[in-house]
Every structure is written in structure tokens, then in C-alpha cells.
Design a protein around this ligand. Structure first.
Ligand SMILES: NC(=O)c1ccc[n+]([C@@H]2O[C@H](COP(=O)([O-])OP(=O)(O)OC[C@H]3O[C@@H](n4cnc5c(N)ncnc54)[C@H](OP(=O)(O)O)[C@@H]3O)[C@@H](O)[C@H]2O)c1
Length: 348
């Protein structure tokens, strides 16, 4: 009995080690953390990058975790997901794909780039997965792509329907459009899972994506808002993505939120962890509504980037509460407390 269990376990390991994995977005917060965990697990991974500067960020992250020695085990391939010829080479010999590349932006001027990167880029990944008989794809979507609550509903689940009549940010539309490409792939026989994380907290990438929040707090933030949204620590995203990929689960989407928390609570935890003053002025709804309009005008007059858009303002005073019951039931997992995690990552 013991022998056969060991033998089975050995077979599973052998199978895992023999599989070649493609990971897109190896130079981002999620991709770099996922890369580290996969490489630690002894997997063979080819990761995509667009420029060498991006690779340096991933290398620094490996150093942050004192895992420099593992960095050289990554096979890097330069590939923009919107460029077919580059993807062609990236897919050679691949069996499993983690698609983490994507653009996070709330700049109205990025509308076309968001659609191109997130929708067209994901369509390309799906097409290559189908053409190369990829065994399974894991797509990193977002809670932004989940549906819209009806009057009588209060908690966002995976089942809530997207209402095209409701206002959505360009980012949300692009992530929803990307999911439609994954669903199309499923119809054509591609086995896949979609994860929909809330705001992801993690170290190493403070000049992009969700890391910008950390950077702003570090530089001293005066205003806080009381809207509620879902947050998750990056190690939990990575753990779940790998478990889903290895599980027999296919063609499902999962909300990944460890806690629903107010921006105020998270900003306070970040400030305390970083040893800076907590934001003390409550930016109320009316103030935020004025702020985004002034910002729009000043961006038009001075040709500057937007600091506050309509969607950013509204998200910061709106409560959007997410259920994580589905992933908890299917994977029997527990989550890291985000407030505790913020303290831990500030220590290093
Ligand atoms: N961070 C969050 O809070 C959060 C929450 C929910 C969902 N997500 C989703 O999770 C995914 C990863 O996010 P992240 O936090 O890791 O973002 P990130 O740190 O900004 O990294 C984005 C990654 O995508 C790559 N990328 C962007 N455009 C590309 C293109 N055209 N071709 C190839 N690669 C491209 C970037 O490469 P470069 O280094 O070359 O720019 C980078 O590696 C995204 O799809 C995002 O929508 C993130």
C-alpha cells in the first residue's frame, strides 16, 4: 500500500517535472511571484518579457526573497502578446500556460491600448493554446470583470451577470472582453480556469499596477476614502493558481478575495507598516465628484496624465463586497490576513 502510494506520488512528480510551462507577464507582480513559486517547485518554465528592464525587476524580487540562485532556472523569451510572430516561438514545446500579462490602467487615453493588450492579446493566447493542444490554461482576470449587482443583491459572486447597460471602466470592459475570449476557447475545447483577484498586495512592484497605492502611501497621503473592496495577498493568488492548474477543475471562474476591507483600513495598515502618518482627511463623495471633474479639466488644459478619473473616484466611495465561498469550498484553502501581510512585507 505504502509502496504504491509512493509510486503514485513519484509518477505525479515525474509528470510535473516533464511538463513545459509558459508564463506570460513574467516581469509583473503576479507573474514574477508565480515564476518564483513554480521554479521553487522544480517546474520547467518559459517566461515572457518585453524589455530587459522588466527582467531586472523579477531578478530583484528573487533577491528580495533570498532566492537569487533560482533565477537562472528561468527560460526567458521576448514576446509581446499582441505580436503573433513572437508568440509563435514562445509556444514551441509548451503544455501548460499561465496567462498573467495584462495592462492595468485607468487613464482614459489608454482605452485602445487596454483593448489591444487585454482582449486582443488574450485572444492570441487562446488561439495559440488551441493550435498547440495546450493541456490547460490559467487566466488571471480581475474582480473588475465580475457582474453588476441588481437592486436586491448585495454580494458579488461568480454568478452575477455583467450588465452592459451599467457604466464600467475601460479596464473592466477589457478584462471582461478577455474573459469572453477564454470562454470562446472553452467552447472550442480548451481546458481552462479563470481567477478573478481583488486588489493584489505584494512587494517589489511599487511603480506599476496595484503597487502604486503603496508608493503613494509611502510618499505621504492626506486623504482617505471609506469605500469597500476586495483585497488579497499575492502569495495566495499564486498558491491558488497552481492548485487550480493541478486540479481536475476546468472551465470555472473563481473570485480571489481574502478580505473585503475599506480603503481607509488598508491605507491605515500600509501607513503603520511603513511608519508614515495615516491619511487623516475624509474625502467624501461630493469632494471626490468635484475632484475628478477638476482633474479632467486640468488634464485637458495642461495635457497631463489623469490623477483621478470618474471611475477611480466612484470606486473609492462605493462598497463592492465579494464572496470567496466558491474557491474556499472547492480548494479548502485559508487566506493570509492582508493587514498582517502588509506589516510583514514592510519589514524586509
Ligand atoms: N495587481 C492587481 O491588483 C490585480 C488585481 C486583479 C487582477 N490583476 C490582473 O493580474 C494580471 C497581472 O497583474 P500584475 O499586478 O502582475 O500587473 P503588472 O505588475 O502591471 O504586470 C503586468 C505584466 O504584463 C506584461 N504586459 C503588459 N502588456 C503586455 C504585452 N502587450 N505583451 C506582453 N506582456 C505585457 C508586463 O510586461 P512589462 O514588464 O514589459 O510591462 C508585466 O509583465 C493583469 O492581467 C491584471 O489585470 C491584477
Amino acid at each position: 500500500m505504502t509502496l504504491s502510494i509512493h509510486f503514485l506520488a513519484f509518477e505525479v512528480d515525474l509528470y510535473t517535472f516533464a511538463s513545459m510551462i509558459l508564463l506570460t507577464g513574467g516581469t509583473g507582480l503576479v507573474g514574477a511571484h508565480l515564476l518564483l513559486r513554480l521554479i521553487e517547485n522544480g517546474e520547467k518554465v518559459r517566461a515572457t518579457y518585453r524589455n530587459k528592464k522588466g527582467i531586472t525587476k523579477t531578478k530583484n524580487l528573487f533577491s528580495y526573497y533570498k532566492k537569487e540562485a533560482l533565477f537562472n532556472n528561468i527560460e526567458w523569451k521576448q514576446a509581446d502578446i499582441t505580436k503573433i510572430t513572437q508568440l509563435e516561438e514562445a509556444f514551441i514545446g509548451i503544455e501548460y500556460v499561465y496567462h498573467c500579462a495584462g495592462l492595468i490602467s485607468f487613464q482614459p487615453s489608454d482605452e485602445n491600448l487596454l483593448r489591444k493588450t487585454n482582449i486582443e492579446g488574450t485572444a492570441n493566447i487562446v488561439n495559440f493554446c488551441l493550435a498547440h493542444n495546450i493541456k490547460k490554461l490559467c487566466y488571471v482576470s480581475s474582480v473588475a470583470a465580475l457582474g453588476d449587482l441588481a437592486e436586491h443583491e448585495h454580494i458579488v459572486t461568480e454568478e452575477i451577470e455583467w450588465n452592459p447597460e451599467k457604466p464600467h471602466s475601460d479596464y473592466a470592459i477589457s478584462k471582461y472582453g478577455a474573459e469572453m475570449e477564454i470562454w470562446r476557447g472553452q467552447q472550442e475545447g480548451l481546458k481552462s480556469v479563470i481567477i478573478n483577484p481583488g486588489i493584489i498586495l505584494g512587494p517589489g512592484f511599487n511603480d506599476q499596477g496595484s503597487g502604486l497605492l503603496y508608493q503613494r502611501v509611502a510618499h505621504g497621503m492626506h486623504f482617505y476614502t471609506t469605500g469597500i473592496t476586495g483585497f488579497i495577498a499575492v502569495p495566495d493568488v499564486v498558491k491558488i493558481a497552481i492548485q487550480l492548474m493541478k486540479s481536475p477543475i476546468i472551465n470555472q471562474r473563481y473570485t480571489l478575495v481574502s478580505q473585503n476591507s475599506s480603503y481607509q483600513e488598508v491605507l491605515n495598515s500600509m501607513s503603520d507598516a511603513l511608519g508614515v502618518k495615516r491619511p487623516s482627511i475624509h474625502a467624501k463623495k461630493w469632494l471626490l465628484e468635484i475632484a475628478w471633474k477638476i482633474d479632467k479639466l486640468s488634464s485637458f488644459l495642461f495635457r497631463s496624465k489623469r490623477k483621478m478619473t470618474k471611475y477611480m473616484a466612484r470606486a473609492s466611495y462605493t462598497d463592492r463586497i465579494f464572496s470567496n465561498e466558491k474557491i474556499k469550498a472547492d480548494l479548502k484553502i485559508s487566506f493570509i490576513d492582508i493587514h498582517q501581510y502588509l506589516k510583514e512585507i514592510a519589514k524586509v
